[in-house]
Design a binder for this molecule. Structure first.
Ligand code: FMN
Length: 210
């Protein structure tokens, strides 16, 4: 299941092969001037954010872009929760820190969502098909955010805690997610305070079939 989510979240990112990795044979230039391709190529995972909160209108727009993703039979078997409550974010972070004290010792640590001022949780029934649907939804959110000048980081690590740690359950209940659904990933969102370089992509994974 997790591999499946990673594969599909990464699908849009595979196109980012020409961004800063110096790979030969990249077709990145073919997209020059195309806003969608430029957003795909420029998106990076952001882990440092300004304190400026993200406007709710923009957060709502990101989620709407998310649910416009293709999904099997248009069943829309997913739930999306936008969390910009500092009380919720700081509260769960304190609980998480108590269980993982080493987390807080990281330089610049502000919260368990790599310091995002908001976080979007995506939940779905825990099976392959719905993992694919949810993954496509997430990439829509991250590319829409990129196009609006916002940073994002897809996060798997906090979901384990939220789905299963007993002390996290009051926070999960506050999200009002169907108890039969798993939170598959969360997306940190905020105004970026760093410009990380692109991580290299392996173009040899792509082949034409003659
Ligand atoms: C399913 C998934 C889970 C991830 N979980 C984490 C995480 O828990 N913590 C983190 O810092 N980054 C996480 N990432 C971000 C990846 O590390 C990142 O996308 C990858 O290194 C490529 O870098 P880029 O996004 O800047 O291109 C996750 C990404 C995906 C797709």
């Amino acid at each position: 299941m997790k591999n499946c989510i990673i594969a599909f979240l990464a699908a849009g990112m595979l196109a980012a092969t020409g961004c800063g990795n110096g790979a030969s044979g990249s077709a990145a230039g073919a997209g020059d001037g195309n806003a969608v391709i430029e957003a795909i190529m420029a998106r990076r995972s952001i882990r440092q954010y300004k304190d400026t909160p993200v406007e709710r209108e923009k957060l709502q727009l990101l989620a709407e872009c998310g649910v416009n993703a293709p999904n099997g039979m248009n069943a829309q078997a997913w739930e999306v929760r936008i969390i910009d409550s500092k009380e919720w974010i700081d509260g769960i972070t304190e609980v998480y820190k108590a269980a993982n004290p080493q987390m807080a010792s990281r330089p610049g640590f502000k919260n368990m969502f790599v310091n995002g001022t908001a976080v979007i949780a995506v939940a779905a029934p825990d099976d392959t098909y719905n993992g694919v649907n949810a993954g496509l939804l997430g990439e829509n959110i991250m590319l829409a955010a990129q196009s609006l000048g916002l940073g994002t980081c897809c996060l798997g690590a906090p979901t384990r805690f939220l789905n299963s740690a007993p002390e996290a359950q009051p926070y999960r209940e506050k999200l009002g997610i169907n108890p039969d659904y798993q939170i598959l990933y969360m997306i940190a969102v905020g105004y970026p305070n760093e410009e990380p370089a692109a991580k290299p992509r392996d173009l040899s994974k792509i082949r034409f079939v003659e």
